[in-house]
Design a protein around this ligand. Structure first.
Ligand SMILES: Cc1cc2nc3c(=O)[nH]c(=O)nc-3n(C[C@H](O)[C@H](O)[C@H](O)COP(=O)(O)O)c2cc1C
Length: 157
């Protein structure tokens, strides 16, 4: 197996799209993440995997908190803004948000917000598995933004 074959296999996995946000001492950042999974109901735990080279990871570690913003259909541009390297400084310029219980930004218009304290960070290859203890959620009945085979996809009910 070479690296391309591995990537192609992973790209077959259809997922939703989230933006994981964090804020520490006035510095806020976020990044697009599809590696979001529920872990435990009692206690309520979720996980995301963050590239060790990500700029958002040190802010999550410093604040020991983050929000998983589950994106709604129509938020593709926001997903791309929070994924593009070199546009970090623009990400919050015109993006409305409110700070949640943990202090991490809740992006306006997201389908759901899960506010988490960092429960555990597990070293895993070139990524860090971040387990979040969920302390607050809100949910709307919008349709989700989907991602598969390198493209954003439409949810059909
Ligand atoms: C649909 C999609 C899903 C992504 N999922 C992840 C992910 O699960 N973990 C990750 O570290 N990066 C993921 N990325 C890449 C990051 O969003 C990208 O590297 C971003 O620029 C990181 O921002 P930062 O370095 O400012 O934190 C994904 C990108 C896209 C477009």
């Amino acid at each position: 197996m070479d690296a391309d074959e591995f990537r192609q296999a992973l790209a077959c996995w259809a997922s939703g799209v989230t933006i994981v946000t964090a804020e520490h001492e006035g510095e806020r950042l976020g990044m697009t993440v599809s590696s979001f999974t529920s872990v435990s109901l009692d206690p309520p735990l979720i996980l995301v995997c963050a590239d060790k080279g990500s700029n958002t990871l040190p802010i999550i570690e410093a604040s020991e908190s983050f929000t998983v913003n589950i994106l709604a259909q129509g938020q593709e541009e926001l997903a791309q803004l929070f994924a593009d390297k070199g546009r970090e400084a623009q990400r919050f310029n015109h993006t409305p948000y409110e700070n949640g219980t943990t202090g991490a930004p809740h992006l306006t218009g997201a389908m759901s917000h899960l506010d988490c304290y960092l429960h555990q960070a597990i070293d895993a290859g070139d990524h860090s598995i971040l387990i979040g203890a969920v302390v607050d959620v809100d949910t709307t009945d919008q349709a989700p933004l989907l991602y598969c085979r390198g493209n954003y996809r439409e949810y059909i009910e």
